[in-house]
Design a protein around this ligand. Structure first.
Ligand SMILES: NC(=O)c1ccc[n+]([C@@H]2O[C@H](COP(=O)([O-])OP(=O)(O)OC[C@H]3O[C@@H](n4cnc5c(N)ncnc54)[C@H](O)[C@@H]3O)[C@@H](O)[C@H]2O)c1
Ligand SMILES: [Zn+2]
Length: 376
């Protein structure tokens, strides 16, 4: 037998995440000065493209850049293989080659789908992420994960494909509907709890500005929020690209959150379910003796100030929620694993340094019942 040792040293991934206002012009200017491709495929959903597609195309064309807009129906239902195929075929028919790049203009659905198209188109072309929702700015546009949903579950087929650059324009936020606006901020609130107490203080201090989306300092406040948030997510992701340990802490609130999401048949949107999950993880940390009740209450209070209902929805049984958690990824030896906090930014670790704390099903059952009473 013969063997050739292949040792491909992948370049370290580096990109900038810009946050500010009027960034579409800034992006076009950057691309004019440092072209990324000969042609740009702007991928967006029909709602976002209706609002901002024209502006995006004008900014690019003003700088002499060749671009074409491709759209698909808004909503999670579009994040599938069929829609990926449609977009790819449309790009192929329009003659987009290896020397093109994708610009993903939209929320997390667009970012995930367009990012995945870019990941495999002609074996991979560059992608620029231009997130337009709080969720995409707080979470999905940074971290390099792209995916589509399949009948077997969400995000099961995808790729790691880092953006070349991310442009977060605060000017997109005023048009976002209330529900998506606040639900997206839950991920940011989560980041403040697990890693950055100063961000938590900032969120309390500027609550009115953020919630009312008004005031002359609104954009500046949001810029600071996403700046601090990106620093947290980036620090965690860059230290653990492949999710071997540290990156798991981003799942804070997601164990119960996912279960509520499934049990409610996705009637509650992701962030809303994560808010319930965080409140429960906080309660569990207290019940297991890792923190004081005050810290758990503080987390719940901030979530409620940001318009979240942290109670388990009526009609969802404890058994249903336990079953849902068992089908989740975070199960080992029949015990669900939990990211828990002993205080602001203080993650609970096992003696071997791992972050997932296993919890017995009976204790969980008892705590779910206790949590319902605690939340009344
Ligand atoms: N890749 C990751 O790391 C990662 C992380 C978290 C979530 N996600 C994915 O993100 C998706 C959810 O993202 P989302 O919450 O942004 O949903 P979304 O992209 O569906 O956007 C929500 C709605 O808001 C509309 N919209 C977007 N921007 C707008 C704006 N500025 N003004 C008015 N309307 C606007 C959209 O058309 C859509 O109807 C899920 O598919 C989830 O799996 C991915
Ligand atoms: Zn999430």
């Amino acid at each position: 037998m013969k063997a050739v040792h292949v040792d491909v040293r992948v370049n370290p991934i580096q990109y900038e995440v810009y946050m500010g206002t009027d960034l579409l012009d800034r992006m076009a200017q950057d691309l004019q000065e440092k072209p990324l491709a000969k042609r740009y495929a702007v991928l967006s959903d029909d709602r976002v493209s209706g609002l901002y597609g024209k502006k995006m195309m004008e900014s690019l064309e003003k700088r002499g850049l060749k671009a074409q807009l491709f759209t698909f129906p808004q909503g999670e239902a579009s994040k599938n293989r069929k829609e990926k195929e449609h977009l790819e075929d449309a790009m192929l028919a329009a003659g987009f080659g290896r020397d093109s790049a994708v610009i993903a203009l939209g929320g997390g659905v667009v970012g995930d789908l367009a990012g995945f198209v870019a990941a495999t188109y002609m074996r991979g072309i560059p992608v620029l992420q231009v997130p337009t929702t709080t969720l995409a700015m707080a979470d999905s546009a940074i971290g390099s994960k792209t995916a589509v949903d399949v009948p077997y579950g969400k995000n099961l087929i995808g790729a790691f494909h880092s953006p070349v650059e991310v442009y977060m324009d605060m000017g997109f936020l005023p048009s976002l509907d209330e529900r998506n606006y606040f639900a997206g901020l839950v991920e940011l609130i989560k980041h403040s709890f697990i890693r950055m107490p100063a961000l938590q203080d900032f969120l309390s201090e500027h609550r009115d500005t953020v919630c009312l989306r008004q005031g002359e300092d609104y954009f500046a406040v949001m810029e600071t929020l996403f700046y601090q948030n990106s620093a947290v997510k980036n620090e965690i992701v860059s230290r653990d690209q492949q999710e071997s340990n540290l990156r798991k802490v981003l799942n804070y609130g997601h164990t119960l959150g996912h279960s509520v999401e499934m049990a409610s048949h996705f009637e509650r949107i992701h962030g809303e379910c994560v808010a319930i999950g965080i409140a429960f993880a906080a309660y569990l940390s207290w019940q297991l003796g890792y923190c004081e009740e005050e810290w758990a209450q503080k987390q719940v209070q901030l979530l409620q100030e940001y318009h979240q209902d942290t109670r388990i929805p009526e009609g969802l049984t404890t058994e249903q929620l336990i079953q849902g958690m068992k089908t989740d990824k975070k199960v080992r030896d029949g015990k669900t694993e939990w990211i828990l906090l002993a205080g602001p930014g203080k993650l609970v670790q096992r003696p071997d340094g791992a972050y997932g704390i296993p919890v017995e099903e009976d204790i969980l059952r008892e705590c779910l019942e206790g949590f319902r009473k605690w939340q009344k």
